[in-house]
Design a protein around this ligand. Sequence first.
Ligand code: ISJ
Length: 111
Amino acid sequence: MKTAHDIVPPEACQSMEDVRLGIDTLDRELVAILSVRQRYIEAAGRIKPRKDEVRLPWRIEDVVAKVLAEADKQGLSKRIAEPVWRLLIDRCIDHEHEIWAKEHNSSKEKI
Ligand SMILES: C=C(O[C@@H]1C=C(C(=O)O)C=C[C@H]1O)C(=O)O
């Protein structure tokens, strides 16, 4: 399997095959990273004691601000980064709610 080390750098691409191989390779890495992010969300759902702490507006803004600062440093468009992260966080919070409910209902059953 090709890795990020084998692909043609974007500026050196000469064909759509080069471009698509680069994108498909990076997408696999993004999926791997996002699946680890999802596991941190699952840990949050397990650790947070209260349901009303699952969505914390101050932390959402903190995450987005850090992402936008990094996007600026690394040359990622804010017009791509901001909506992608806001949707990602929104879906992560839905997932965290599901985990929170499972974790907290099953611990009640044990009592
Ligand atoms: C993981 C957390 O829970 C939520 C999920 C967030 C995320 O996906 O980054 C950010 C804010 C939280 O409402 C957290 O509070 O840090």
